[in-house]
Write a protein that binds this ligand. Structure first.
Ligand SMILES: NC(=O)c1ccc[n+]([C@@H]2O[C@H](COP(=O)([O-])OP(=O)(O)OC[C@H]3O[C@@H](n4cnc5c(N)ncnc54)[C@H](OP(=O)(O)O)[C@@H]3O)[C@@H](O)[C@H]2O)c1
Length: 261
């Protein structure tokens, strides 16, 4: 039977590309985002390309909308094979200048919503031996200057995913953590930015396309992987964070000084 995939943040960027990647393989996709017109537009495009898509507009930080998303997916298709917690946004500011209300709003979207949706989806995912996908970031392992708020939300997501993976393994539910580096999407335009001069750009720094990242995610789910790091840049930074924390701290201090701290 064709799998059913719920994708949050599906009106734009990586989530939009995921809708097409899964639909072209025959999956039935349930798409979520707040902006109804853009979301319906993606669903119409998927259907025009021969796919099966259901748009459920809503805000994943609102409990009724989270419940409605899961209920509509199960009501329409009767099963759930993959939940992709992809909706998220950035907040770039020096940590000493964090606005607490802004930080709470960020955590509600990047941390609380994925966990709550996972809770709501556990039973149907267990029934299909399905997969929970958490879209993290290289910022889930490394926090550069001015990335404290966003990175801390992704660090939290990583820890919750690690814990969920262990807790859900006996029920047959897999947890895939995805760590993209920079991707060509409106993510930065949608972020809250008071200051993002990190003072450093990695050499050969190049953004990936959301289509490339989406294809990698679908293949990683099919392969039953636990972690997906989507580029050489991410793999290098991830390895350095684990095996060379001292030099990484030195680099971070240098970046901070170069950018005005
Ligand atoms: N782009 C990058 O460089 C990059 C790098 C690493 C990780 N990531 C991660 O990848 C994920 C997707 O990012 P992207 O680059 O594709 O961003 P994007 O193009 O800005 O898309 C964000 C999506 O999330 C939705 N969204 C935002 N707030 C929401 C809410 N409260 N409720 C429901 N939906 C909401 C947006 O639609 P509405 O505004 O209509 O709700 C949109 O569909 C994020 O978790 C991000 O942290 C991105």
């Amino acid at each position: 039977m064709a799998p059913v995939v719920v994708i949050t943040g599906a009106s734009s960027g990586i989530g939009r590309s995921l809708a097409f990647s899964w639909a072209k393989r025959g999956a039935r996709v349930v798409l979520s985002a707040r902006g109804r017109d853009a979301l319906e537009g993606v669903a119409s495009e998927v259907r025009a390309a021969g796919g099966d898509a259901l748009a459920v507009a809503g805000d994943v930080t609102v409990e009724e909308d989270r419940k409605a998303l899961c209920e509509r997916a199960l009501g329409a298709y009767g099963r759930l094979d993959v939940l992709v917690n992809n909706a998220g946004r950035g907040y770039y500011t020096p940590s000493i200048e964090i606005d607490p209300a802004e930080l709470e709003a960020l955590y509600r979207l990047n941390v609380v919503a994925p966990v709550r949706l996972a809770q709501l989806a556990i039973e149907p995912l267990a029934a299909t031996k399905g997969t929970l996908v958490m879209v993290s970031s290289i910022a889930g392992l490394v926090a550069a200057p001015r990335m404290g708020p966003y990175a801390s939300s992704k660090f939290a997501l990583e820890a919750l995913a690690m814990s969920l993976r262990a807790e859900l393994s006996s029920r047959g539910v897999r947890v895939l953590v995805v760590r993209p580096g920079p991707v060509e999407t409106p993510f930065h335009a949608n972020a809250v930015v008071t200051d993002d001069n990190v003072g450093y750009r990695p050499p050969g720094h190049k953004k990936q396309s959301p289509d490339e990242v989406a294809e990698m995610i679908v293949c990683a789910v099919d392969a039953g992987r636990d972690v997906l790091e989507t580029s050489l840049f991410v793999k290098t930074a991830s390895l350095a964070a684990r095996v060379a924390p001292g030099p990484m701290r030195w680099l971070s201090r240098r970046m901070a000084r170069r950018s005005g701290f």
